[in-house]
Design a protein around this ligand. Structure first.
Ligand code: FES
Ligand code: FES
Length: 211
């Protein structure tokens, strides 16, 4: 069963066609962004994008995504390693933060990793409590803003209406959504970084890294 996963063709040949996509993503592809919540298509924790549309991966059989493009939380922005390889941003090196005097020093050259604006907004607003629901919130908002970058408050609330947050951080999550809309309006985009990374990842060293 072949499909495109976060921009890369994969073959989920170990799983049968009726296996929930969520199980394949988490167990076979080691992508733990999508979460198992209810397993019944009701909470939204497992959301992914399929051909750009938000879907609940616990309720989507693997056979449905054959030949399609699946994007998970991990695919919204290039990884820190990919960004560093592409020269988009530099990841702070852990070794640079180790100091025998226990003084933590960030390297002078460190630049922030470029995240998708919706991811960045959740960090800016500290919207997560336990964070379990956040994957679904981010994926759903990403699908909305891809089509409606200037979505109204009502459209945002409607988009999130069937996503459950057991911690009750709904107001903070709405703040994050409004912040994401502002970031997008200000031109914060991960697409330029992603394009640079994609070019860099055609290099043999990066392909080896991803294998
Ligand atoms: S785990 Fe898929 S909707 Fe709840
Ligand atoms: S479920 Fe804990 S932050 Fe939403």
């Amino acid at each position: 069963m072949k499909f495109t996963l976060n921009g890369k063709m994969v073959d989920a040949n170990k799983a049968s066609g009726d296996t929930p996509l969520l199980y394949v993503l988490r167990n076979d592809m080691q992508l733990n962004g999508p979460k198992y919540g209810c397993g019944l298509g009701q909470c939204g924790a497992c959301a992914v994008l399929i051909d750009g549309k938000v879907a609940r991966s616990c309720s989507v059989p693997l056979s449905v995504v054959q030949g399609k493009e699946v994007t998970t939380l991990e695919g919204l922005s290039p990884t820190a390693t990919q960004q560093a390889q592409a020269g988009v941003a530099q990841e702070p090196q852990f070794k640079d933060m180790q100091d025998t005097s226990f003084a933590v020093k960030a390297p002078a050259t460190a630049a922030p990793i470029k995240l998708h604006p919706v991811q960045q907004a959740f960090i800016d607003t500290q919207a997560a409590q336990c964070g379990y629901c956040v994957n679904g919130m981010i994926m759903s908002l990403t699908a909305l803003f891809d089509k409606r970058p200037n979505a109204s408050n009502d459209e945002i609330k409607k988009q999130l209406a069937h996503h459950l947050c057991r911690c009750g951080t709904h107001l903070e999550i709405l703040d994050a959504a409004y912040r994401a809309r502002t970031l997008i309006a200000q031109g914060h985009s991960v697409k330029a970084a992603a394009a640079t990374v994609q070019a860099a990842c055609e290099q043999p060293t990066c392909a080896k890294e991803q294998a």
